[in-house]
Design a protein around this ligand. Structure first.
Ligand SMILES: [Zn+2]
Length: 97
């Protein structure tokens, strides 16, 4: 169980809509720790930089376009409770993915 963070992430590795182009400058978190980051190209054409751990965990599968699609649906649901919900109270319980 060594080098857990050194798992190879070569260019061309695909995560959902994202494909790694190259390793980016390391990100520095709130505690001052450095995290490997990667510049990725999304199928929609955008480029984005994400932490390797985020990619590996499957938390990000697009530049944000995929999230925007699903999140917009959720936001609409929240803003128009009466359309979708027979019980408006349940909408306030937003579950993390
Ligand atoms: Zn995209």
């Amino acid at each position: 169980m060594t080098a857990h963070n050194a798992k190879p992430m070569p260019a061309g590795t695909r995560f959902g809509r994202l494909v790694i182009i190259r390793e980016a400058e390391a990100l520095v978190d709130k505690k001052g720790g450095r995290r490997r980051a990667f510049t990725c190209k999304c199928d929609c054409g955008n480029e984005t930089t994400l932490a390797g751990s985020t990619l590996r965990a499957g938390h990000s599968k697009s530049c944000g376009c995929l999230f925007t699609d699903t999140h917009r649906a959720r936001m609409l649901k929240g803003h128009h409770k009466s359309i979708y919900a027979s019980d408006p109270v349940s909408i306030d319980d937003e579950l993390p993915d």
